[in-house]
Write a protein that binds this ligand. Structure first.
Ligand code: IMP
Ligand code: MG
Length: 183
């Protein structure tokens, strides 16, 4: 399965099994923490798609699901400058408990932009759950209430994360071979 894409990887960093295990742990933790609250999961398109889908099913309390899409410049590996909202949330989040679901927090610029626009809508609470955390690259320090895995500096793909829109459907997280990224 996924042979051609797997061949483009220098290394599998996180296996499908490890992902499933960690997502179940996060789901249990969130279910406990948000018991009795009005939980809204806000997924950041498109990278958080699979993480949100799996995480939501690992959460055992009622919740709402929504998505936001932001535009940033640059189609490849270094895009971090947020330009604006392409598609906003459909839900109104005032008085509700918003949990932002991200694929990866790298410099933190994207997340800091998102938190700013959500904060003015006055949710009861505002927290972040990121699948990956590349802490070594952080420019803006932000509190991450939940995170799946901390990863090293190298660019990764799979489980929603892309390189030029490819590899999102890889079930694992992998590091691309350098020659693939120049192709
Ligand atoms: P930040 O604004 O620098 O924190 O970058 C966050 C966004 O950049 C993520 O939501 C991803 O869309 C993208 N990104 C950062 N690192 C990677 C990576 O290793 N693979 C794929 N996308 C990435
Ligand atoms: Mg993203």
């Amino acid at each position: 399965m996924h042979h051609d894409m797997i061949q483009d990887l220098a290394e599998v960093l996180i296996t499908e099994e490890a992902i499933a295990h960690r997502v179940r742990e996060l789901g249990a933790e969130i279910s406990r923490d948000y018991c009795g609250k009005e939980l809204v999961l806000a997924g950041v398109l498109r990278g958080a798609l699979f993480f949100l889908a799996d995480l939501a099913r690992a959460i055992s309390i009622p919740l709402a699901i929504d998505f936001i899409s932001i535009s940033s410049y640059g189609p490849t590996t270094k895009a971090s400058g947020v330009v604006g909202i392409r598609k906003d949330l459909d839900e109104s989040i005032g008085g509700r408990d918003l949990l932002v679901i991200e694929d990866i927090v790298d410099t933190g610029l994207t997340l800091s932009y998102l938190l700013k626009i959500f904060r003015v809508r006055q949710p009861s609470s505002l927290q972040v759950c990121t699948f990956l955390d590349r802490k070594v690259r952080r420019i803006i320090d932000l509190p991450l209430a939940y995170r799946g895995f901390e990863i090293p500096e190298k660019f990764v793909v799979g489980y929603g994360l892309d390189y030029d829109q490819r590899y999102r459907n890889l079930p694992c997280i992998g590091i691309l071979k350098p020659e693939v990224m120049g192709r």
